[in-house]
Design a protein around this ligand. Structure first.
Ligand code: HPA
Length: 277
C-alpha cells in the first residue's frame, strides 16, 4: 500500500472528523470489544467508507473506526481488526496503523486472545507482551517496496514493546489484584490451532503465549516510531501433555471474563500518559 493511499485515507478521516487528532490508537482483539463502550465517541466511521481500507469479510460486517475520548485522552479505536487467515495481505492488515501514524497517534494499544503455553498461566489470566517472535508468519509486513517516509528499511526490533508501559501495566494489575504476567507472544498464521507437537515446539522457542494477530501491526508501528503496548488474554492452555479439544465458545467466554481487568489496565495506562508523555 503506497504513501499516497495512506494520505488519501488520512485526508478523508480528517475531513470527516473536523480534524480530530488522536493521541492514542487502540486495536481490540476477539471477545474484547468492551473497552470500546468506555469511549466517549465523537465520530464513528465505517471501514467501507474509508478510501483503500480493507473491505470487511463475513467475520465482521460492522468494522468501524471510533474517534473519541478515553481516560481524558483523544483516541482512535479499531472496532474489528484484520487477520492474515481471513485472506488479507500483510500490507492490508497494517494499513490502518500507517493511517493512525499520519493522524498523529504516538502510542498504540493492542489486545488479543492467545493460547497460554507457560505452565504458570491459567485461563483468563492476562499477559503483558514484553517481546514477540515474528518469523513463523509467512511474510513480514515490511516485505516489498520500501518507502523511506515509513522509517528504516531494516528497522531495529530491540524493544518493540515499550518497557515503561510494560512495568506500569504490571503495577496497575497488582494494585487492582488482576492476574497478569509479562511474557513472549509468538505470532502464527492460523486459522487452525496448534497440534501438541507445535505447542511443544513454540514453548521450546521461548514463547509464553501464541496467537494469530498483533505481530504485523506492532512491527509496522515500531518501524514508524510509535510506542507500543500489547496485552493478551489467555483463552485456552496449550500444554501438550494435557491438551483438550478446543472449544471456540469457551475461548470467547474466557476472553470476556478477563475483559474488566484488561479495560482497567488500558484505561489507567492511557490516563497516565499525561504525566509521562
Ligand atoms: N493458538 C493460536 N491462537 C489462539 C489460541 C491458540 O491456542 N487461543 C486463542 N488464539
Amino acid at each position: 500500500m503506497s504513501p499516497q493511499q495512506i494520505q488519501e485515507a488520512t485526508h478523508y478521516l480528517l475531513q470527516s472528523t473536523q480534524d480530530f487528532r488522536p493521541r492514542c490508537g487502540i486495536i481490540l482483539g476477539t471477545g474484547l470489544a468492551g473497552l470500546a463502550q468506555e469511549i466517549d465517541v465523537h465520530y464513528s466511521i465505517s471501514y467501507e467508507d474509508i478510501p483503500h481500507f480493507p473491505v470487511s469479510t463475513v467475520e465482521f460486517h460492522s468494522g468501524k473506526l471510533l474517534f473519541g475520548v478515553l481516560a481524558g485522552q483523544r483516541v482512535v479505536c479499531m472496532q474489528g481488526r484484520f487477520h492474515y487467515y481471513e485472506g488479507y495481505s500483510m500490507p492490508q492488515i497494517t494499513f490502518p496503523v500507517r493511517v493512525m501514524k499520519q493522524l498523529g497517534v504516538g502510542t498504540l494499544f493492542v489486545s488479543n486472545a492467545a493460547g497460554g503455553m507457560n505452565p504458570n498461566y491459567r485461563v483468563s489470566d492476562l499477559m503483558v507482551i514484553r517481546d514477540h517472535i515474528s518469523f513463523l508468519l509467512p511474510q513480514s509486513p515490511l516485505t516489498g517496496t520500501h518507502y523511506p517516509e515509513f522509517g528504516d528499511r531494516f528497522p531495529d526490533m530491540c524493544d518493540p514493546y515499550d518497557l515503561d508501559l510494560v512495568q506500569k501495566a504490571l503495577d496497575i494489575a497488582q494494585q487492582h489484584q488482576i492476574r497478569a504476567h509479562a511474557g513472549v507472544y509468538v505470532g502464527v498464521p492460523g486459522p487452525q490451532l496448534e497440534t501438541r507437537a507445535e505447542y511443544r515446539l513454540l514453548r521450546l522457542l521461548g514463547a509464553d503465549a501464541v496467537g494469530m494477530s498483533t505481530v504485523p501491526e506492532i512491527i509496522v508501528a515500531h518501524q514508524m516510531g510509535i510506542r507500543c503496548f500489547g496485552l493478551s488474554v489467555v483463552t485456552d492452555m496449550g500444554l501438550p501433555d494435557t491438551l483438550e479439544k478446543a472449544d471456540i465458545q469457551k475461548i470467547i467466554a474466557a476472553a470476556m471474563a478477563a475483559e474488566p481487568g484488561m479495560t482497567t489496565i488500558i484505561k489507567n495506562l492511557i490516563a497516565s500518559l499525561d504525566q509521562h508523555g
